[in-house]
Ligand binder design. Structure first.
Ligand code: SAM
Length: 344
């Protein structure tokens, strides 16, 4: 039987003042009044919530009803096929992907890898499913997950549909091994035969494999606001802040590579887990200006409407993409998502 624990921090993490000052000055400007409540969530890890993505390939007998008895509720109503995402005329979506959210900060225990047994759930920040829901993968499609490790979103794609090919790529060798282990812990060998794991620089894939994929996810390397706040020591903080200035270049190159790798008519979803405008809307703006034949494809109102019951969205300027911002009681995010379509 599953037991759960409340999300208390065993060791108190130290906030890096340098990073906090930097965030205060940047985000109070970019988010205005919203920054105060976002800030207080980011500074309090004991209030962070964890969703449970159920593994449709695992033995779920009893798990779902147990979670419901603990007060967990669904992120989106369940449907059996990815094609029936919403009933005609409905203002809400449904999905084969099953993610359960706790009422408070209850956190399920992490399951250990055991050979020959598939884990039943994956713990995650539920907002990280938004890019996968936006990608709308259908059975049989060729999908590239350009920056894939440790594999949370790849796993979610396989909960939503059965792609004909899912290529999971990450430039970092040790993180690629972690990704492989994630996939083996959740996905049966028959399904894994449609998944390839590669270890190359995502910036090179667009020119090496032009117009190959139906869908590409760019879950880009970014300044991860949640963890950066707890950077140990000012020297590391300074290094991060210097690295931060370079990230938009890398992000833009990765997004351009994704747009080259997708077929005409195909979709690319760009996502980050930072609040930073320079890594979010500005990257999208730069790509739209420099890549001809690419259009912004806004997310469906049904998707945003359904998720607004659980997530808080920021008012973005310029209004390119969507940003989930954490708030007390609904601490999901930060997660920025923008969807693009290649026209020609
Ligand atoms: N999508 C992952 C998930 O859901 O578990 C998280 C991805 S994480 C935000 C970004 C990843 O990008 C890191 O694992 C990092 O190693 C990888 N990365 C950084 N630079 C890259 C590059 N040039 N090409 C491909 N991957 C890269």
């Amino acid at each position: 039987r599953l037991s759960s624990k409340s999300g208390k921090c065993r060791t108190r993490r130290q906030v890096c003042q340098l990073i906090l000052d930097h965030f205060d000055s940047q985000y109070s400007q970019e988010l205005g009044d919203q920054w105060g409540s976002v800030r207080s969530v980011l500074l309090n890890p004991h209030c962070w919530q964890h969703g449970a993505l159920l593994n449709r390939f695992g033995d779920l007998a009893g798990v779902q009803s147990h979670l419901h008895s603990l007060g967990y509720h669904s992120l989106v109503p369940h449907s059996h096929s990815p094609a029936s995402r919403s009933e005609p005329g409905s203002s809400h979506i449904c999905s084969p992907l099953r993610c359960l959210l706790p009422e408070g900060v209850t956190r399920l225990p992490t399951q250990r890898h055991r050979a020959g047994w598939l884990k039943q759930y994956y713990l995650l920040n539920a907002a990280s499913l938004l890019p996968v829901l936006a990608l709308q993968v259908r059975d049989g499609e060729k999908v590239l997950d350009l920056c894939s490790a440790p594999g949370g979103k790849a796993l979610a794609v396989l909960q939503e549909a059965m792609p004909g090919l899912l290529r999971c790529n990450d430039v970092d060798e040790s993180r690629s091994k972690w990704l492989q282990k994630t996939l083996q812990s959740y996905i049966p060998p028959a399904v894994l035969s449609t998944v390839t794991v590669t270890n190359t620089d995502g910036r090179a894939i667009g020119s090496a494999e032009p117009q190959v994929y139906d869908k590409v996810l760019v879950d880009a390397p970014c300044s991860n606001d949640r963890s950066w706040l707890f950077t140990p020591g000012p020297q590391q903080g300074e290094l991060w802040l210097r690295a931060r200035t370079q990230l938009p270049h890398l992000q833009k190159d990765l997004l351009c590579s994704a747009l080259a790798a997708v077929r005409p008519g195909g979709m690319v979803v760009y996502s980050t887990c930072t609040l930073s405008r320079g890594e979010n809307q500005s990257v999208v703006e730069a790509v739209l200006t420099s890549c001809p034949g690419v259009e912004l494809l806004d997310l469906e109102e049904e998707l945003i409407g359904s998720l607004s019951q659980h997530f808080t969205f920021a008012r973005l300027q310029p209004p390119l993409g969507h940003l989930v911002v954490p708030e007390h009681g609904r601490t999901w995010g930060p997660m920025f998502v923008c969807r693009l379509r290649r026209l020609s």
